[in-house]
Design a protein around this ligand. Sequence first.
Ligand SMILES: CCCCCCCCCCCCC/C=C/[C@@H](O)[C@H](CO)NC(=O)CCCCCCCCCCCCCCC
Ligand SMILES: Nc1ncnc2c1ncn2[C@@H]1O[C@H](COP(=O)(O)OP(=O)(O)OP(=O)(O)O)[C@@H](O)[C@H]1O
Ligand SMILES: [Ca+2]
Length: 564
Amino acid sequence: MTGLSEDMEKQARLLSSQLVLGDRLVEVAATRTVLAWKGIKKDKKSSEIISFSKTEHVPLCDIIAAHKNHINAESGRSQKNPKRLHQMHPHAFTVSYVRRTRRRRRWRCGDVTFHCTNQGLCEQWIQVINEQLSLFTNRPRSLLVYINPYGGKRRGERVYEQKVAPLLRRACISADVIVTERANHARDHLISQANLNEYDGVVCVGGDGMFSEILHGLIIRTQTDHRVDRDRPDSELVPCSLRVGIIPAGSTDCICFSTVGASDAVTSALHIIVGDSQPMDVCSVHHRDRFLRYSVSLLGYGFYGDVLTDSERNRRLGPARYDLAGVKTFLSHKHYEGTISFLPAENKGTPRDKLRCRSGCGACQHKSSLKDRKQREMSEKTNLDKDGGHGWRVIHGKFIAINAASMSCACPRSPKGLAPSAHLADGTADLILVRRCSHLDFFRHLLRHTTKDDQFDHSFVEVHRVRKFCFQPRVCGPASADHRSGDPVTSCFGATRPCPATGNQGNGHGRWTCDGEILPHAAIRVSVHGQLIRLFARGIEEEQRQQGGRAPEGPCSPRDLEPS
Ligand SMILES: CCCCCCCCCCCCC/C=C/[C@@H](O)[C@H](CO)NC(=O)CCCCCCCCCCCCCCC
Ligand SMILES: Nc1ncnc2c1ncn2[C@@H]1O[C@H](COP(=O)(O)OP(=O)(O)OP(=O)(O)O)[C@@H](O)[C@H]1O
Ligand SMILES: [Ca+2]
């Protein structure tokens, strides 16, 4: 034996044989975890087979599929493959695998083709590899795909057909595709029509707004199936069983970027194919005893609420609408008065610590059990703190922006995000309060979203890690009796007085944007539901660095035959 590698020698080989790769004779071996090969040749003097190159390998979990090649005797011959070698190895199979590129966290499909002496051996290789892949029960076999043809730059359908569908076919994953015909088509279909038992996952081709439709469809369907009352703010929500894949084709694509580390259709498709799973927190938003919406990215009052409201008027501008609205809103420099009450998350780190949420994040590993959650609620009720509010803290003030992010909200506009240390699945959100400040100071704060500087390091910014919060805009006239009582829950959701001028509470105040949708009420109550949904993603991977500071090309740099 030529000794492929020490590790491989320790594992039982499922199959090994001498094959041809390009112009080299290689010894190839498959175990339950890896496919490896090494160049070999015959020693002229002793006629023994000796190895002459380093072992290359692909972990089986990175393999997409193995397929037979249909070789035309003349044209199929590789130029590098000498005639004699080729004649002796006329059958071939190709192994497609995930290749990490040097461009930040982007994945591509790499192909490596082996030539065999006979058809039986070729088929045996294909069978062994595909049999092992079928043991990966985390991989989806059947998907329900929704495409928003109008998201972002209106490229959703093209992106799916050209970049995603061929990869799914190669991985033998079936897909039922629905191109949406109106807003909320996907949500309504998931709630009342889709036969979800037929699928292993749902794929959304579009932006954050489209993802929000899928999120609402799945959560509402799951709660209805389990008879959970969504209108009760304290209802324990049932996690959704189907995972969601996001093929980015929107304007911000913040959810894809924050969970995959790139905004790239091929990378997302490959995360779906290998069956990644990333749990994610979801915030439920209520007004009094009425459910409003769910949020996974940005709940923003004041600045971002105004940006979104203004940007909706210019939808036809595509992604540029946010920049235009951003500049206009910045120049208007408004602030809003209100009371924010929140329940701090204990022992969960802080929004300013340096612990970033990355693949396999320790802070997101622990999902609190029902017992833990009940105990916590009991202690919330018994522990009175200095604010006298059952563990709640109350802050009254004038704010330019109030932002709550249950994940970092990293996106190409702001690579570290609005809340750089927020975690995807720790059951908390980072609450960012930007108090009234000068135009220049607010500009400095915004600018730091695009640099490495700490955007929270300003006297007018404060941040808290929270499990729940509520907001009450300042109502017309003096503060209500409930407000003055200091009981945050009553003051947020009890008898707040309608504005006598408009008769309508919330009018004339700032607005909340909830993952890009404008909420109809300013007084809201928000709870974080830990790990309510799972994505086909693995969180942002730490950049692998080799000597010289470059990321490795692939699992093992095998010959890559597909252009990226
Ligand atoms: C000076 C440069 C400042 C750049 C500041 C960039 C901060 C970007 C933070 C982005 C956070 C995105 C969170 C994602 C939320 C999504 O669920 C939602 C739905 O798609 N998208 C937005 O809300 C879309 C939100 C898009 C917001 C764009 C805001 C642009 C602000 C521009 C301010 C310019 C000031 C210029 C002064 C001359
Ligand atoms: N066929 C359709 N016609 C009109 N609107 C649709 C259709 N399908 C989906 N939508 C709506 O389009 C809105 C925007 O879509 P999407 O999120 O895909 O793109 P975007 O707004 O450009 O990107 P982002 O949300 O990342 O900023 C969503 O809120 C969705 O409800
Ligand atoms: Ca979180």
